[in-house]
Design a protein around this ligand. Structure first.
Ligand code: AMP
Ligand code: GLY
Length: 415
């Protein structure tokens, strides 16, 4: 089959890596791609967020399947334009992608579908905001209603900080603070059925020990030795399926990847957020462990055929992904710096995020530059494979967390 992949990050590199290893894939195209992805895909300089350009490209290459990586094309309606031409697309419609694009929409769906989540109020005036803050008390959780590239959420004990963020947002969701570790669990859906993938955990803060500002994600690992054994089934039953059914009942079937960000609390799982696409960097840690051919799985979802799809098969190996970020990331990343030392090593895969080729040199071209996934028989070995590959790579001013999957790897041995 011929596939068109949309996007240009490390998540898309991981998708391309797995799609390419599915023997049913004869040709892989990408738009716009990056130097890592372009090694095994035909790259097209097409605006990924323009429905018309993407659907035209899909038609011109006679694509059997379009796979959309990031949220921006989904929210822009790229999947709708592709499907309107009769081409199967893995990625939800503009309407269904609101589950990520609008926090208040997500809350409304969860309330209708009885999906467990934090209690919340959607506010627009100062009076409503202050009432909501005082109803919950500290720790305050304040979320911008729209897409904010990971910067829309403030979690603070300081009422003034919470209030000022809320006033800056316009429409804002204020909610109960959820205690407990967070996990990311992805459901592959064809609009009616959903298959849960194994969970992963990501590291959102920029510095070790979860210090510093939130980022798009500094690392991830999978599997989670500490997670409840029934977490996948439970999330399918309590979260993914009811949400998919609710969206279908509203005539906005969700065909694509439903990302549940969950808090594992003492009262059970609670949804912190939904996304309408694969998580980044969780995907870089998950897909190298997936043994099920990815292209056939995504095609089954895109064509409404998941009910007959066999259960997913996973490698028992562990995967740990560490992100190499630019100096100044996340506030003010410095780009255009040389990257050297990327080599193939056993047990490690280097996924490109923000990179670019300039006169034969590889240079940084974004806040997150590379995502390095180490694979091993346990988390400790996977970690050391990732950090060993990273230690050979040079990027002036580049920084990364040293503690990705550290606690889980110690507990895995000790418990
Ligand atoms: P979101 O964009 O909704 O994922 O929020 C970003 C981060 O804020 C999450 O990954 C959590 O760490 C934190 N967060 C969001 N909502 C809550 C909540 N209700 N309770 C505690 N932490 C939260
Ligand atoms: N890893 C967080 C996200 O993809 O939104």
């Amino acid at each position: 089959m011929r596939i068109l992949l949309i996007g240009s990050g490390a998540r898309e590199h991981a998708l391309a890596y797995s799609l390419k290893s599915d023997s049913s894939v004869s040709e892989l195209h990408v738009a716009p791609g990056n130097p890592g992805i372009n090694k095994y895909a035909i790259a097209h300089e097409v605006n990924p967020n323009d429905p018309e350009s993407v659907s035209r490209l899909a038609q011109s290459i006679d694509a059997d399947l379009v796979v959309i990586g990031p949220e921006a094309p989904l929210v822009a309606g790229v999947a709708d334009a592709v499907r309107a031409l009769g081409i199967p697309c893995f990625g939800p419609s503009k309407a269904a992608a609101q589950i990520e694009g609008s926090k208040s929409f997500a809350k409304e769906i969860m309330a209708s579908a009885s999906v467990p989540t934090a209690q919340s109020f959607t506010c627009t005036t100062r009076e409503e905001i202050e009432q909501a803050l005082d109803a919950f008390g500290p720790i305050y959780v304040v979320k911008n209603d729209g897409l904010a590239a990971g910067k829309g959420v403030v979690v603070t004990e300081d009422r003034n900080v919470a209030l000022n963020h809320a006033l800056d947002c316009g429409k804002v969701v204020i909610e109960e603070y959820l205690d407990g570790p967070e996990i990311s669990l992805f459901g592959i859906s064809d609009g009616t059925h959903v298959i849960g993938m194994e969970p992963a955990q990501d590291f959102k803060r920029v510095f070790d020990n979860d210090e510093g500002p939130n980022t798009g994600g500094m690392g991830a690992y999978s599997p989670l030795p500490w997670a409840p054994k029934d977490i996948v089934e439970k999330t399918e039953r309590e979260v993914l399926l009811p949400t998919i059914k609710e969206l279908a009942a509203r005539n906005m079937p969700f065909i694509g990847l439903l990302y549940a960000g969950l808090a594992v609390t003492s009262h059970g799982i609670r949804v912190i957020e939904f996304n309408a696409r694969f998580g980044d960097p969780e995907t870089e840690a998950l897909l190298p462990r997936l043994k099920t051919p990815l292209a056939q799985l995504l095609l089954a979802a895109a064509t409404g055929n998941l009910s007959t799809h066999p259960p997913l098969e996973w490698s028992p190996h562990s995967a740990v992904t560490v992100v190499l970020a630019s100096e100044g990331y996340p506030e003010n990343p410095r780009t255009g710096r040389m990257i050297e030392g990327i080599t193939d090593r056993p047990g490690a895969i280097v996924f490109h995020a923000g990179t670019k080729e300039t006169s034969g040199d590889l240079v940084s071209h974004g806040g997150r530059v590379l995502a390095i996934t180490g694979i091993g028989s346990d988390l400790e070995i996977a970690r050391s494979n990732s950090y060993a590959a990273l230690s050979k790579i040079s990027l002036a001013g580049g920084h990364y967390r040293k503690d990705i999957a550290l606690k889980a790897s110690i507990n895995e041995k000790g418990a």
